[in-house]
Ligand binder design. Sequence first.
Ligand SMILES: C[S@@+](CC[C@H](N)C(=O)[O-])C[C@H]1O[C@@H](n2cnc3c(N)ncnc32)[C@H](O)[C@@H]1O
Length: 261
Amino acid sequence: MTSDTSAAGWQGWDAYAPFYDWENRRTIGRRDVRFWTDLARRADGAVLELGCGTGRLSVPVARAARRFVGIDRSAPMLRRLRVRIRRARLDGKTSILRGDIRALPFRRRWRCRLVMAPYGMLQSLLSDEDLARMLESVAGVLPRGGRFGIDLVPELPRWQEYHRRVGLRGPMSGGRRVTLIESVRQVREHGLTVFDQEFVEWRGRRRTVHRFSLAFRTVSVPQVAARLEQAGFRIDAVLGDYAGAEWSPDAEVWVIIARRV
Ligand SMILES: C[S@@+](CC[C@H](N)C(=O)[O-])C[C@H]1O[C@@H](n2cnc3c(N)ncnc32)[C@H](O)[C@@H]1O
């Protein structure tokens, strides 16, 4: 389990990789896909996805974009994405990189037209310093007018704490069955919400337990908007759903669209 004081937001994802698609097909699914593909189509240039993971969004976005670059720190997540990109025959216009979004590994002159940070990606950065380093790095790859889209998971601090609740269960590929037992902890002194996940996998009568934790920072829309402005961005829009409704603190979706100035 993650110790609360040493948690790092990039931890836990390697162990999650085999279960990520299984769980997210049953949760977020394709709800945000159209939103990101529309933005990518309008970008009229290269699109960079921060924390692309197994490619839930990368494959449709790569189809819509002129050129697509995905970056993620987790090798097991990226292995899955590479298979999907190959199968979709998108290799020709796609680059997948293993790296940390706090120090983007691009040549000095490399630029893209849209950077996207979907599905709470930025909440994996657990301190203000990490957020500032990432913003500086993103500002370095966007030309003036280039856009930065951010989707935050709403109001993490309001999530009820619970202990060992069966979240999901069902069949998985290869004749397996999986049960997810989940706990949520609020670590208020560090501004973190921690998900302790236990995936119990059955192959016939053989049972394997996979345990890991994911920590997320409880940032707010005004806080991220202020940091964006300090880092040389202007806020174009703050949306409360994926169809363009205006944001309010109780909105189910928290999307910020910023522009490099
Ligand atoms: C919520 S998943 C999002 C995956 C995908 N974008 C989606 O929408 O389904 C977050 C991803 O961010 C990656 N990640 C977390 N911290 C990171 C960091 N500091 N640098 C690069 N990737 C990171 C994780 O490995 C994970 O794949």
